[in-house]
Design a protein around this ligand. Structure first.
Ligand SMILES: [Zn+2]
Ligand SMILES: [Zn+2]
Length: 241
């Protein structure tokens, strides 16, 4: 699996973009600014067959119109894009399009999936989507009052990739770490907050689950050069798993 780090930052970071990675043909999260970063890296949306969305906060979700409209303009929408997400994300997506581009026309997005050639696959805790190329399992995480907030395990070509942001340290984060060969984790601050893990918890998880290579993302701009047990990827970095 080839992982390209599109963004490794959190809102407020002045050095890095909103968090997003691409693992082979799977894009994780589509927050503000992600699409222009992808385009500037000359990554074509036709090479992305799956979009995994964790939740509907702006730094993970609101660039979806840019993505789907750009994909249509460039005619990169011949294949159906599978959008894997929590319950209710399809409805929120249509509301986002109505807000931004509806121009008062209530029926504009009646046939949304056909219009953009996408298929929403909304998963609840423990549910799995599987086809000949990939197996994706969703897990409930804990992120203040935000619901749904999903973490994921992606199994592809014998590798298991975990992705758990935004979240506090809950049981399902441990489950994701336990099952993964490599895991991308919320390390927003140095210490935990009510909505996010801190890097000290991510270090603890790396110690507790040594089988998983740990990558800290969704980071604010703190100093981490003294921490050697986990990885701190930068925007644009490519990781071969
Ligand atoms: Zn969030
Ligand atoms: Zn976030």
């Amino acid at each position: 699996m080839k992982v390209t780090c599109i963004g490794t930052g959190t809102m407020g970071s002045i050095t890095r973009g909103n968090q997003s990675i691409i693992a082979d043909d799977i894009l994780f999260d589509i927050g503000s600014g992600v699409v222009k970063k992808i385009e500037s890296m000359k990554i074509y949306t036709k090479s992305i067959n799956y979009l995994i969305i964790t939740h509907a906060h702006a730094d993970h979700f609101v660039d979806l119109p840019n993505f789907l409209i750009g994909r249509s303009i460039r005619k990169e929408n011949k294949e159906t894009l599978k959008i894997i997400c929590g319950k209710g994300i399809k409805e929120k997506t249509i509301k986002l399009f109505e807000l931004c581009f509806g121009d008062g026309n209530k029926n504009k997005y009646k046939n949304f999936e056909e219009g953009y050639n996408v298929k929403f696959i909304e998963l609840s805790n423990g549910e799995t989507y599987e086809d000949e190329s990939v197996k994706i399992t969703a897990y409930d995480l804990e992120h203040g009052t935000c619901k749904p907030i999903m973490g994921y395990i992606v199994e592809k070509n014998g590798k298991v990739l975990g992705y758990a942001t935004d979240t506090t340290l809950c049981e399902n984060v441990k489950k994701i770490c336990e099952k993964s060969n490599c895991v991308f984790l919320d390390a927003t601050n140095t210490v935990p907050t009510k909505m996010h893990m801190g890097v000290e918890e991510v270090e603890w998880l790396a110690k507790e689950y040594p089988k998983a290579e740990v990558y800290a993302i969704h980071r604010s701009d703190y100093v981490h050069s003294h921490i050697k047990t986990i990885n701190f990827p930068e925007d644009g970095e490519i990781i071969n798993l």
